[in-house]
Design a protein around this ligand. Structure first.
Ligand SMILES: [Zn+2]
Ligand SMILES: [Zn+2]
Length: 317
């Protein structure tokens, strides 16, 4: 039984990148992108749209739409894993532990101690209604609008570097890894800045400007109201937080890695879904192995939510 749930859990990772994987594989030619979309809808080499330099051609919205679609497909599989496997298993373990007189599940597991589907924090997972959780997760209008505007704006106005418009080649996993690393590095720095720049910090006063203002309260504090977060709290924060910690790093990452459209898609979906998964209130079966490779786990991020001053990285430790 454990083997089955473990295997099913691991499948969530390829499922997160299902769309770019399926569209670029050659085993089922009828699902290959070249057989699904007219040739004039995409470019097979990097293309500079230089919208601001007088070029009047608009980029085809196909790559953009597939990119947003890839994240949506990834979120659907990730939510299926969480709703039908992780959460029920976690709740089952909690009931079993309570029957044994151990209090809530996880009460015998110190914070950061992995074990599939056991609650991460000592006091157990918060109890909540699944529909309320899903609503919280999906109803973050500010954040989604900003990300949508970023993705659509940078794509359609030709602001993305030219390699991103190329459909040639499949997913380049080295590019995907570089994007994840650079994104997480930039996010780490912005995260540090958001924590450090508080009204009460002792940074120098510059001129007459009352510096620093309380950036933390204006940006990141709302996300930190969860000291025992659940998966559905991942996107719950302020717009300024999204801008500083996600949009700015995305702008930097795109300038550094010359990825094609498929690698961009795989990166986007892995990034969005991994960020969600590390907020889970239960341990995931892959975390023991992730830990060996320094990859971010839910317990790592729970330590940050609980204790504030550790684990500023999200995907890499
Ligand atoms: Zn968080
Ligand atoms: Zn933080």
């Amino acid at each position: 039984m454990v083997l089955v749930t473990d295997a099913l859990s691991w499948l969530v990772w390829p499922a997160i990148v299902a769309l770019p994987l399926v569209l670029t594989q050659h085993h089922m030619p009828e699902l290959h992108y070249s057989n699904l979309f007219p040739r004039e809808w995409y470019d097979m080499s990097p293309r500079d749209f230089s919208f601001w330099g007088g070029e009047t051609t608009w980029p085809s919205p196909l790559g953009l739409s597939l990119g947003i679609g890839a994240v949506v497909v990834g979120q659907i599989f990730m939510l299926m894993y969480f709703i039908f496997l992780a959460r029920p298993s976690g709740q089952f373990l909690a009931v079993a532990a309570e029957k044994k007189g151990k209090g809530k599940a996880g009460s015998n597991a110190p914070i950061g101690e992995p074990g599939p589907f056991v609650a991460i924090q000592k006091d157990g997972a918060r109890t909540y209604d699944l529909h309320e959780g899903l609503r919280t997760h999906l109803a973050q209008p500010g954040g989604f609008l900003m990300l949508g505007a970023y993705l659509i704006g940078t794509w359609m106005f030709g602001i993305m570097p030219k390699s991103y418009y190329s459909f040639a080649g499949g997913i380049n996993w080295v590019h995907v890894a570089m994007q994840l690393l650079i994104q997480d590095g930039a996010q780490y720095l912005m995260h540090q800045v958001e924590h450090i720049v508080k009204g009460e910090s002792d940074l120098p006063v510059i001129g007459k400007v009352r510096w620093p203002f309380n950036l933390y309260a204006a940006s990141h504090k709302p996300h930190h109201r969860f000291t025992n977060p659940r998966l559905f709290d991942a996107f719950d924060g302020s717009e300024l937080d999204t801008f500083l910690m996600i949009i700015i790093p995305l702008l930097i990452t795109a300038r550094i890695v010359d990825a094609n459209v498929w690698s961009y898609m795989a990166f986007g979906s892995l990034y969005a879904n991994w960020l969600t998964l590390i907020h889970s209130e239960y341990h995931h079966p892959w975390e023991k192995i992730f830990r060996v490779f320094g990859l971010g786990t839910a317990s790592d991020h729970h330590v940050h939510h609980k204790l504030y001053s550790y684990n500023y990285g999200h995907l890499f430790m």
